[in-house]
Ligand binder design. Structure first.
Ligand code: FE2
Length: 265
C-alpha cells in the first residue's frame, strides 16, 4: 500500500486493492468452499433453521460458531446457503494458509494495527436471485474492542457490482460514533443503542470491484449490500481482525472456548 492509498483509506474509511488475489487463488478458495459444502450434512442444521420454535437452538448454533466451521442458510430461501463461518481461518487448512499469508500481515501492519489478531472469517455465497440484502451497519457493532479496532478484509471471489449485490458505503462516515452494540446479556443477545446520531447525509457509494480485489473496511464505516438480483453469483471471503492492544469484551457474541484468537504467526 502506498502513501496515497493509505491517505485515501483514512479519508474514506475503505480502500479497494485491485488484483490482490490471482485468479488461481480465487479458484482455489471457491473450490475449497464447494468441498466443504459437499461434505456438509444439512439434515440437523436445516431443522434448526426451518422451524420457528427452534429459536434457542438456532441462537446456540450461531453463538458457538466463533470456534467452528458452521453453515448458515438464507432467511428467505431456507434450502440455500448464505454463508460459512466463523473460524475457517483457524480450522480449515486451505483458508488458514490463505488467511495467514505475509501479504495480509503486511497490509494489517500498514493500516496501523500493532498486534493484529484474526478474529473471524466468513465465506459468503450471495447466490444469484437469492442472496439477500445486508442492512446498513458498522462492523464494530458486532465485534467490539475498546478502543474500536475491528477491521475487515473483504475479498471478491467474483466480480461484484450493483446488480449482484456489491458493498455500498458512506465514504468518510467512519469518523462518526459507534451507533449500536450487539452483545451478550446473560443467555440472550441484545442490541443496545449507544448513540442516536443518524448516518451522515453523504451519497452512498457502490464499491464495484473485479474478482480478486480486496476491500479494506474500517470498523466504524457504515456499509451495506443489496440483494443479488442478477443471474451471476457473488462469492466473497471476509476476515475480521482486531488489535491485541485493545481489549475484547467478554460480552461479544464471538467467544472462543477451546482455542485462542491468534495473529498471523
Ligand atoms: Fe459488515
Amino acid at each position: 500500500m502506498n502513501a496515497a492509498q493509505l491517505s485515501s483509506y483514512e479519508r474514506d474509511g475503505f480502500l479497494v486493492l485491485p488484483d490482490f488475489l490471482s485468479a488461481a487463488d480465487c479458484d482455489a478458495l471457491q473450490a475449497r468452499a464447494a468441498e466443504l459444502v459437499a461434505g456438509f450434512d444439512p439434515g440437523p442444521t436445516r431443522t434448526i433453521f426451518s422451524t420457528v420454535d427452534h429459536g434457542h437452538a438456532r441462537d446456540r448454533y450461531f453463538l458457538e460458531s466463533g470456534g467452528d466451521i458452521r453453515f448458515f442458510f438464507e432467511e428467505e430461501a431456507p434450502d440455500q446457503l448464505n454463508k460459512i463461518g466463523h473460524a475457517l481461518h483457524d480450522l480449515d487448512p486451505v483458508f488458514g494458509r490463505f488467511s495467514r499469508q505475509p501479504a495480509l500481515a503486511a497490509l494489517a501492519r500498514e493500516i496501523g494495527m500493532v498486534q493484529p489478531l484474526l478474529l473471524q472469517s466468513m465465506y459468503i455465497f450471495k447466490h444469484p436471485g437469492i442472496g439477500g440484502e445486508v442492512g446498513w451497519h458498522q462492523d464494530a457493532t458486532y465485534l467490539h474492542t475498546t478502543p474500536v479496532s475491528v477491521t475487515g478484509f473483504w475479498i471478491a471471489l467474483d466480480d461484484a457490482d450493483r446488480e449482484n449485490g456489491c458493498l455500498i458505503a458512506l465514504p468518510g462516515a467512519h469518523g462518526g460514533p459507534l451507533r449500536k452494540r450487539f452483545r451478550r446479556s446473560g443467555d440472550a443477545m441484545v442490541t443496545e443503542e449507544l448513540d442516536a446520531t443518524p448516518w451522515p447525509a453523504v451519497e452512498p457509494v457502490p464499491i464495484e470491484v473485479r474478482r480478486g480485489s480486496l476491500v479494506v473496511l474500517h470498523g466504524l464505516l457504515p456499509h451495506a449490500s443489496s440483494a443479488n438480483r442478477s443471474s451471476r453469483p457473488r462469492h466473497a471471503y471476509t476476515l475480521h481482525l482486531i488489535d491485541g492492544c485493545a481489549s475484547y469484551g467478554l460480552d461479544n457474541w464471538l467467544q472462543r472456548a477451546d482455542f485462542p484468537i491468534r495473529g498471523f504467526t
